[in-house]
Write a protein that binds this ligand. Structure first.
Ligand SMILES: C[S@@+](CC[C@H](N)C(=O)[O-])C[C@H]1O[C@@H](n2cnc3c(N)ncnc32)[C@H](O)[C@@H]1O
Length: 396
């Protein structure tokens, strides 16, 4: 593979925005890719994949090149050296020795936090909470995620969608154990495809697709999705309910609910309303009203680093502490919206027990018998998809 000037500059620009400007990698890459319509599919893939890869291996690349601050060219040079890409004679690459990069990388393999490219504090926290499991999960979190689609069963069957995608040049394979999931054979942008515009599918990781069915949902129920965001799981709930019954989708960010409305229109969802959470009164008004309640709470996102590798550099112990307090607050305040006898699911995309099992235990203790745990489920990154936790809790 040959390195080209304009795509290399695009990678450097993206890295600068992600690390220097502290912006989200997915948004940055989307913006960078828009600026040059002449780039073909291969160039775009190079920019996106190389940027993500350098973000994922940032600490390792920095350590083996001794790159300072914002010397992203050195990181790109090291990435090329490790991937067998010839380094052009550009000024930015002067002084980089491919053999030195390779020998430094061999040396770095003995230190886990460098080899796996993870901040010290996060490596310590992972080990503290997961013990022996941490090493394996950490390795898996550095793998590239598959692109998984969720078939919108309100509009099409899995088999028909697979055929339709085939006609549109998108090859997929069936994930048999996940009733609505298809996986792309090859990573590509599917958002421009007519079948996406027709609302026939959403992009949603297989592990995330476990949550709505875990709620034992049935058509005709009254359901509240209290941390709905842009509604990945709300739309799945609506499909399982066959558009029958009612879903109230809530969030503290109006723009996310606006996005959800757009997605719901595209998906043909007609049993959902959105409600902005203004204050605790919004919650009180819905007391004892739901057969099912989903609390898909804000979390560290440590289970989805495959997809968002930049998160490991943005997280901090302070943030995790704040998010744990918020999770406990949401559990204890929002549970009131459930009818007696109703079921709620508490879920996170974290793999830390302190955001998962321990939060549920603390909640059950605080509620003194008013709620009981019925089931818990984990999806581990090492099983192939994102890391998720879900607990099914009954109001007695
Ligand atoms: C993990 S995300 C939800 C993802 C969403 N359920 C999905 O499937 O796409 C958590 C959401 O909780 C929202 N949030 C943060 N604080 C909240 C609060 N106090 N009450 C309700 N939602 C909150 C965030 O804005 C964010 O959209």
């Amino acid at each position: 593979m040959r390195l080209h000037r304009s795509t290399s500059e695009a990678v450097i620009q993206a890295l600068d925005a992600i690390f220097g400007g502290k912006r989200y990698a997915d948004k940055v890459i989307e913006k960078v890719l828009k600026q040059n319509p002449k780039w073909g599919a291969r160039d775009r893939r190079f920019i996106a994949e190389t940027t993500y890869d350098i973000v994922r291996w940032y600490l390792l690349l920095k350590r083996i090149t001794e790159a300072k601050g914002d010397d992203y060219w050195k990181l790109l040079a090291a990435w090329c050296a490790l991937h067998g890409v010839d380094l052009p004679a550009w000024d930015e690459f002067k002084g980089v020795s491919v053999s030195k990069v390779k020998s430094e990388e061999m040396k770095a393999r003995s230190i886990r936090k460098v080899r796996e490219s993870i901040p010290d504090w996060l490596d310590e926290l992972g080990e503290q909470e997961l013990g022996k499991l941490w090493e394996k999960e950490l390795q898996s979190l550095n793998e590239e995620a598959d692109v998984v689609l969720r078939v919108n069963t309100l509009k099409i069957s899995k088999r028909d969608l697979q055929e339709r995608l085939d006609e549109e040049g998108v090859a997929t394979y069936d994930l048999k154990e996940y009733p609505d999931a298809l996986v792309l054979e090859e990573r590509q942008n599917v958002f421009g495809k007519p079948s996406f515009k027709d609302g026939l599918f959403e992009v949603q990781d297989a592990a995330s697709q476990l949550i709505a069915p875990f709620m034992k949902i049935e058509p005709g129920m009254r359901v509240i999705d209290a941390c709905a965001g842009a509604g990945g799981k709300t739309l799945h709930l609506a499909a399982l309910m066959k558009n029958k019954g009612r879903i109230v989708a809530m969030d503290v960010e109006q723009w996310k609910l606006d996005e959800l409305q757009k997605r719901a229109r595209r998906a043909g969802v007609s049993n959902m309303e959105t409600r902005f959470i203004e204050s605790s009164k919004t919650i009180k008004r819905l007391q004892n009203s739901a057969d099912r309640l989903l609390l898909d709470v804000p979390c560290s996102g440590l289970g989805v680093l495959k997809r968002n590798p930049d998160a490991k550099w943005k997280l901090s112990p302070d943030f995790i502490e704040k998010v744990r307090t918020l999770q406990q607050h949401i559990l204890n305040d929002y549970c009131e919206m459930l009818k007696p006898g109703g079921l709620m699911v508490y879920s996170t995309c974290s793999i830390l027990a302190s955001e998962n099992e321990k939060q549920v235990q603390q909640f059950l203790k605080q509620q003194e018998g008013k709620f009981e745990l019925q089931a818990e489920k984990r999806s581990w990154p090492s099983e192939g998809f994102d890391g998720f936790y879900m607990a099914l809790i009954k109001r007695t």
